[in-house]
Design a binder for this molecule. Structure first.
Ligand code: UDX
Ligand code: UDX
Ligand code: ADP
Length: 463
C-alpha cells in the first residue's frame, strides 16, 4: 500500500521541521502535524512566516512552500490520527521531576497519553513511529497499550530516531548521515519498515537508510548522544588542564583531531554543553544501566554529566575570582543565552546555570541574545527555583541592543557562539565599560589578541 497520509503528534523542535521536510520532498503525501498547544499551532499557521514558533535557518521557506498544499498544522488530534496510515509520535520526553527515577528517568507520560489516544481513535491498521528519543524498550510499552484495544486494529511499531541538531535542522534533514529505522522481524514488521523506507527514499539514498531491530534503533540514539556529549566533556576536561599547564586546548584539539580514528568534529572546548538532548539522554542511559545492575556502566556515563556541571561552575568561579573575588552589585553582560548559535532554544543552556551562580554572588546580569526573548530568559531562571521570581527579575535584565547591554559593565561573558559577536565595534564597547574591562569568552569565539590590543583583559577556555 502506498502511503498517502501521515500524521505527527507534537509540533515541536523535532516534529515541526521533520514533517515540513517530508512534506516538501513528498508532495504526494498529505502531512498533518497536530499539537494540544493551540498557541503553537496558531503560530505554525501564521501568515507571516517569520512568526513560526521555531527558528531554524531555511525552515520558513520550506513551510511556505508546503503549507496548505500538503502540509497542515492542526489541533484536531483525533481526526489526524484517524486518517493517517503512519503516525509519528514526536512529543516531549523530559527527565522526570517526581517519583521513582526523579531527575534521571525519562517521563513517558506524554508518550503513553498519545498511545492511548491512538488506541481509542484508530479504526484501521496503523504504523506508529517513535520519533522522540526514548528509553530502550519503550516500543514494547506502546505496543502493549495498542494491542489491547480489543477492536481488532493491528499496529506496527517502528523506532525512527531523529539525529538532527538544532540550528542546522533543515540541512541535517535534507542531507542526513543516515536514517535509522527499527522494526519487528515478522513479515508485517518488515512491510511496515519498507513503507517508511519508501517515504525517506524520495530524497535519501537507500544505502544511507539502515534497518535494524527495534531495540538496536532505540539504543543507537541514546548511544550517539552519549558519545557526542562525551567528546565535549573530554575536551573540556583537557581545557582545565591546559589552563594550568600552559598548553592551548585549541592546539590540542587540532593535533588529536587529525588522527582519523579520533576525527576533528565536536572537539570545541566550551562553557559546557546544553540543549534538550545530551543531559536528558545520558541520565536516561545511566538510569537504565542501573536498573539492570550495571553500576560501573552507569558510573562511567555519569561522569560525562559531572564534568559538564563542573565546566559551567568553573566558568562562573573564574569570573568571580578574576573580578577581585566579588561581583556583588557589579554589572556582568552576557552575550548569548541560547544553548548554541542559530537557535532560539535555551533548554539546559549553560548561560542559565552561570547566571544563577553569579546572581547568588549578587551580580546584576544584563543579557543580549539575538533570538531569545526576555520572558524566556526569566522563565529559564525561575524554573531552577533557586530564588523567587521577583528576586530573579531584579537581578537580570534583557536588552535589544548589545551595546546597551555592555554599557557600564565590569565584565562581558560570551555564552553562545553567535557569529555577529565577532563583528561588533569592540573599541566602542570598551570605551563604555568600567575599567579594567574584562571579557570571559566561554566559546573561544573572539580574537583575543585584537581585544587585548584595545585594552581588554581577555580570558578564554583552555589557554
Ligand atoms: C544534539 C545532537 O547533535 C543531535 O544529533 C541529536 O539529534 C540531538 O542532540 P543539539 O543538542 O541540537 O543536537 O546540538 P549540538 O550541536 O549537538 O550541540 C549540543 C551542545 O554541545 C551545545 O550546547 C553546543 O554548544 C555544545 N558543543 C557542541 C560544544 O560545546 N562543543 C562542540 O564541539 C560541539
Ligand atoms: C596505541 C595507539 O593506537 C598508538 O597511536 C600509540 O602510538 C600507541 O598506543 P597500540 O597499543 O600499538 O597503539 O595498538 P592499538 O591498535 O591502539 O590497540 C590497543 C588495544 O586496544 C589493543 O589491545 C586492541 O585490541 C584494543 N582495541 C583497539 C579494541 O579493543 N577495540 C578497538 O576498536 C581498537
Ligand atoms: P521536541 O524537542 O522533542 O520536539 P518539544 O517540547 O519542542 O519537544 O515539542 C513537543 C510537543 O508535543 C509540544 O508542543 C507539546 O505540546 C506536544 N504534545 C505533548 N503531548 C501531546 C499530546 N498528547 N498530543 C498532542 N501534542 C502533544
Amino acid at each position: 500500500m502506498g502511503i498517502t497520509k501521515i500524521c505527527c503528534i507534537g509540533a515541536g523542535y523535532v516534529g515541526g521541521p521533520t514533517m515540513a521536510v517530508i512534506a516538501q520532498k513528498c508532495p504526494h503525501i498529505q502531512v498533518t502535524v497536530v499539537d494540544l498547544n493551540t498557541e503553537r499551532i496558531a503560530a505554525w499557521n501564521d501568515a507571516d512566516l517569520s512568526n513560526i514558533p521555531i527558528y531554524e535557518p531555511g525552515l520558513d521557506s520550506i513551510v511556505g512552500e508546503a503549507r496548505g498544499r500538503n502540509l497542515f498544522f492542526s489541533t484536531d488530534v483525533d481526526k489526524a490520527i484517524e486518517e493517517a496510515q503512519i503516525i509519528f509520535i514526536s512529543v516531549n520526553t523530559p527527565t522526570k521531576t517526581y517519583g521513582k527515577g526523579k531527575g534521571m528517568a525519562a517521563d513517558l507520560k506524554y508518550i503513553e497519553l498519545c498511545a492511548r489516544q491512538i488506541a481509542r481513535v484508530a479504526k484501521d491498521n496503523k504504523i506508529v513511529v517513535e520519533k522522540s528519543t526514548l528509553p530502550v524498550r519503550t516500543a514494547e510499552a506502546i505496543k502493549s497499550i495498542l494491542d489491547n484495544t480489543g477492536n481488532g486494529v493491528q499496529f506496527q511499531i517502528l523506532s525512527n530516531p531523529e539525529f538532527l541538531a538544532e540550528g542546522t535542522a533543515v540541512q541535517d534533514l535534507l542531507n542526513p548521515d543516515r536514517i535509522l529505522i527499527g522494526g519487528d522481524a515478522t513479515f508485517e514488521g518488515q512491510k511496515a519498515i519498507q513503507s517508511l523506507v519508501d517515504v525517506y527514499s524520495n530524497w535519501v539514498d537507500t544505502d544511507k537508510i539502515l534497518t535494524t531491530n527495534v531495540w538496536s534503533s532505540e539504543l543507537s540514539k541514546l548511544t550517539a548522544n552519549a558519545f557526542l556529549a562525551q567528546r565535549i566533556s573530554s575536551i573540556n576536561a583537557m581545557s582545565a588542564l591546559c589552563e594550568k599547564t600552559g598548553a592551548d586546548v585549541n592546539e590540542v584539539a587540532k593535533a588529536i583531531g587529525m588522527d582519523s580514528r579520533i576525527g576533528s568534529k565536536f572537539l570545541k572546548a566550551s562553557v559546557g554543553f546544553g540543549g534538550s538532548c545530551f543531559q536528558k539522554d545520558i541520565l536516561n542511559l545511566v538510569y537504565i544501566a542501573k536498573s539492570y545492575g550495571l553500576n560501573e556502566v552507569a558510573d562511567y556515563w555519569e561522569q560525562v554529566i559531572i564534568m559538564n556541571d563542573h565546566q559551567k561552575r568553573r566558568f562562573s568561579n573564574k569570573i568571580v575570582q578574576t573580578l577581585y573575588n566579588t561581583v556583588s552589585d557589579k554589572k556582568i553582560a552576557f552575550l548569548g543565552w541560547a544553548f548554541k548559535k542559530d537557535t532560539n532554544d535555551t533548554r539546559e543552556s549553560a548561560a542559565i546555570y552561570v547566571a544563577d551562580d553569579l546572581i547568588n554572588e549578587h551580580a546584576n546580569i544584563a543579557v543580549y541574545d539575538p533570538k531569545v526573548s526576555s520572558e524566556k530568559i526569566l522563565n529559564d531562571l525561575n524554573y531552577l527555583e533557586t530564588r523567587s521570581s521577583v528576586a530573579n527579575a531584579s537581578s537580570i535584565t534583557s536588552f535589544l541592543d548589545p551595546y546597551e547591554a555592555c554599557k557600564n559593565a565590569h565584565a562581558i561573558a560570551i555564552l553562545t557562539e553567535w557569529d555577529e559577536f565577532q563583528n561588533y565595534d569592540w573599541q566602542k564597547i570598551y570605551n563604555a565599560m568600567q575599567k579594567p574591562a574584562f571579557i570571559f569568552d566561554g566559546r573561544n569565539l573572539l580574537n583575543g589578541a585584537a581585544l587585548r590590543e584595545i585594552g581588554f583583559v581577555y580570558q578564554n577556555i583552555g589557554s
